[in-house]
Design a protein around this ligand. Sequence first.
Ligand code: DGY
Length: 312
Amino acid sequence: MKPNIVVTSRTPPWMQALLDAEFTCHSLYGVADRAAYLASLPSGIRALASFAGTRVEAALMDALPQLEIIANFGVGVDNIDLDAAKTREVIVTNTPDVLNDCVADAAMALVLNTLRKFPRAEVHLRDGQWAARGPYPLTTSLRGKTLGILGLGRIGAAIAKRAEAFGMSIRYHNRHRKEVAYPYDSDPVALAKNCDVLMIVAPGGRETDQIVNAAVLDALGPTGYLVNIARGSLVDEVTLLQYLQTNKIAGAGLDVYADEPRVPPEFFALDNAVLLPHVGSATLETRTAMGKLQIENLVLHFAGKAVRTRVM
Ligand code: DGY
C-alpha cells in the first residue's frame, strides 16, 4: 500500500504523476475548511510535501500529530515555520544544488536585461520606433563593472562564475566569510557602496528580513543596480519602489517580490525595472530534478533510511 501524504498546493500534472506513483496524495489546494478536511483524512499521516510559496505553519503540523517529515520543493524553506518543526522534531528537507545553474542563468539574464535593456529595445523595434525614430538609446556595459553578491552560497558561486565570464569583478558579503579569492565586505551597506550591481542571493527568513533597506540603496546610489533572485522579503519593497521612481538607483531586475504573486502595480510603470514572475528555477529539467529530490527524501524516510538533503 502506498503511504498517505498531505500535499500543500496545486501541482502541475507531471509533478502530480511523480507524487502519485509513490504516494496516496491528499491535497490542501482549494480546500475551504482546512480543519474539517484534515480531520477527515486517514489517521497516522507521517509526511507533508510542501511547495515554496505555501506556508507550513504550526497549526498545520498540529493537525497532523504523527507528522515526521516535511519535504519541501525548493531550496528556500522560509515558507515553513522551522521553530515549530524543530519543537515537534519534524525533519525538514529541501531541494538544493539541482537548481543552481538555472537560477544563476536567470540571475545573469536579469543583469543583462537591466543594464542592456534588451526587453525595452525589443519593444522599440516591435512598436515601429526603430524605423520611425531611429536607434534605441545607448545602454550600459557589464564588462568592467563590479557585481556585489549578497549571499555567496552555491547559487551565488554559480552566478559569480558566470559574471566573471562577462568581464565583471566580484565581491561579496556573507554571514560567514568564505575561503575564496573575492574581496569581502563586512556588511550589505559596504558591499553596495563598493559595487555597481548588487545581487541578492541570500536565503529568506527572519534574519534577512528587509536587509536591503534605504541605507543599502543609498550606498548603491544613482548609478547602481539591484538584482533580486532570492526572496522579496530581503528588500524593503516600498522604499525600493520610491528609489526607482525617483532614480535614486539606476535600475532593478526582480524575480521575487514581498507578497507573491501580488506585485504592486506601480512597478509596472517603471522603465528602469525588469520584472520576472519568480521563474529562476522554472525549467522542465530543473523542476523535474527538484520534484524527484523531494520525492526521494520522502521515499528514503518511509524506508527508514536517512534523507538526502536535510535542512534540520
Ligand atoms: C527555491 O527553490 O526556493 C525557488 O525560489 C523556488 O522556485
